[in-house]
Write a protein that binds this ligand. Sequence first.
Ligand SMILES: [Zn+2]
Ligand SMILES: [Zn+2]
Length: 111
Amino acid sequence: MKKYYGNKNGARNFARKFYSSKSWRTKSSAYRMEHPLCERCLKHGIYTKSTCVHHKEHISRMNQYDWNILLGDDNLEALCDDCHAKVHAKYTSYEFDEDGTLIDNYDDGND
Ligand SMILES: [Zn+2]
Ligand SMILES: [Zn+2]
């Protein structure tokens, strides 16, 4: 039998705590200093101010203790609001926004 450590709620509480933690605040502001422009817009030659730092691999109950996922540059992406919403629209799993709120799957018809 598989053992899960925590549940959806546990991960959610973790994410909320994590996003308000000093390590995340320090990391995300440092990351945005390095990436002041939205990385996805930039790929299309558009200069948009980044407004948030997105986790490419979402924080879940499976990886919530993996600091490479949580704070590793490789898993982070500076995005603008529009790109962030689009990325999230594509996912089929649970994710948390930067305030630790669970984002339900939604389809806004983009892409
Ligand atoms: Zn963008
Ligand atoms: Zn995100």
